[in-house]
Write a protein that binds this ligand. Structure first.
Ligand code: AMP
Ligand code: GLY
Length: 436
């Protein structure tokens, strides 16, 4: 039986752990650092996701057969390179390949060079030059800080005054750090998330999902990491999908090979179905969050085999998806994505039968934590004390409903969300509005 280490501690990692726990080959799952919900299915170890040396030492000491990386910060810190250099098997891109997410400018230059459809753009280091360019264009305009900014590095000013302020923040005051700014043409249309398992030139598509980036109902309010998602996405036609695979994802994988940084892991295309066809809004070098929580429960193939095929560069098994569809609602701390308080008790008694006690080994996996309702509860930011759950992050829970159609999945998830008691959580009730 295989021992797997999952790196990260959010809803995405909970869904990865959940998928691995369905593999008959996997005997023991560790998660670093994990979270309260994950501790019901894996042994959580207190090592930070960016502590590359600590993670490597743990993997070596514990005879880990395979490591799987969730967060981009761990990838950008070079965890894959370090594990490989130590002879450890790991699923995820090298630090060089992770640049496709870590640098917006790198991604845009790559797309321009290899003719991959995306918004017109120009990159600036100089404030005055950027402002001149913005003045010549139209509004809204899209300003993207060229570095990892936890989903907060994209601003879409409607006016010149707003644009000036944002450019000041990004280029004069270095609010996100020292870096460039990509100024981009504003595109319109529904967005969708196209995640693919990629091993060099080989691209294996996952089923589609759609995120809801804005904080409030009606797609209003600030951008967030994502407030809900569903899978599949019926408004994306087979033709759109074919185009996205053949003209976007495959050429991008090939471009990474040509550039000397072949991609291995999950390549996430954040695409928009514009009137001119699908175009790239962004690339991520990892599973999306909360998309993973609606996509992986639909996977009908042993995920350990998929991770192994990519990590070992061996043939990929046929990847099957369940007919059952999914929709999930994020419950977030009031104030998110701005500042928020933590430590509020969450009463999950309506949806699970009991909270796990403190876990010391996988043999004590809590079988009593079984969902009562036909939903899966993925923990994004929770902690556990004396058998009670508390909020410990901006996004706290992702509640996923299942159904024969999206309406059924929606209704089941929303009913569960409404039954969860916590005084400091909010959620969007309109997840799936484009398709229901
Ligand atoms: P990103 O972090 O690049 O995905 O940007 C965050 C969000 O900003 C996206 O999900 C879009 O909703 C929006 N956005 C980014 N780029 C554009 C664009 N060129 N046109 C319109 N909206 C955009
Ligand atoms: N939900 C968007 C992301 O994972 O980046």
């Amino acid at each position: 039986m295989k021992k797997v280490l999952v790196i990260g501690g959010g809803g995405r990692e909970h869904a990865i752990v959940d998928a691995l726990s369905r593999s008959p080959q996997v005997g023991k799952i560790y998660c670093a650092p994990g979270n309260a919900g994950i501790s019901a299915q894996a042994e959580c170890v207190a090592i930070k996701d960016t502590d590359v040396e600590g993670l490597k030492a743990f993997a070596l000491e514990n005879g880990i057969d395979l490591a799987v990386v969730g967060p981009e910060v761990a990838l950008a810190a070079g965890v894959v390179d370090a594990f490989k250099a130590a002879g450890l098997r790991i699923f995820g891109p090298s630090k060089a390949a992770a640049t496709i997410e870590a640098s917006k400018d790198f991604a845009k230059q790559l797309m321009a060079k290899y003719n991959i459809p995306t918004a017109a753009f120009e990159t600036f280091e100089d404030y005055d030059a950027a402002l001149e360019y913005v003045k010549k264009g139209s509004f809204p305009v899209v300003l993207k800080y060229d570095g990892l900014a936890a989903g907060k590095g994209v601003v879409i000013p409607e006016t010149l005054e707003e644009a000036e302020e944002t450019l000041k923040d990004m280029l004069l005051d270095d609010k996100f750090g020292k870096g460039k700014v990509v100024v981009e043409e504003f595109l319109t249309g529904p967005e969708f998330s196209f995640m693919c398992f990629v091993d060099g030139n080989d691209v294996y598509p996952m089923t589609l999902s759609q995120d809801h980036k804005r904080a409030y109902e009606g797609d209003k309010g600030p951008n967030t990491g994502g407030m809900g998602a569903y899978s599949p996405v019926p408004i994306i036609t087979d033709e759109d999908l074919e185009f996205s695979l053949e003209k976007v994802m495959k050429p991008t994988a090939a471009a990474m090979v040509s550039e000397g940084c072949p991609f291995t892991g999950v390549l996430y295309g954040g695409l928009m179905k514009t009137p001119q066809g699908p175009k790239v809004i962004e690339f991520n070098c990892r599973f999306g969050d909360p998309e993973t929580e609606v996509v992986l429960p639909r996977l009908d193939t042993d995920i350990y085999d998929i991770f192994s095929a990519v990590a070992d560069h061996t043939p990929m098994p046929a990847i099957e998806w369940k007919k059952e569809v999914t929709m999930g609602f994020v419950m977030a701390s009031k104030g998110y994505p701005g500042s928020y308080d933590k430590g509020y008790e969450i009463d999950l008694s309506s949806v699970i039968s009991s909270a796990p006690s403190v876990i010391s080994s996988a043999s004590s996996v809590i079988s009593s934590e079984v969902e009562k309702s036909p939903v899966r509860i993925y923990h994004m930011g929770t902690s556990l004390k004396d058998g009670k759950y508390y909020t410990s992050g901006g996004r706290v829970l992702m509640v996923v409903g299942f159904g024969a159609d999206l309406q059924e999945a929606h209704d089941k998830a929303l009913a569960a969300v409404e039954s969860i008691k916590c005084e400091n959580l909010f959620y969007r009730r309109d997840i799936g509005w484009r398709v229901l």
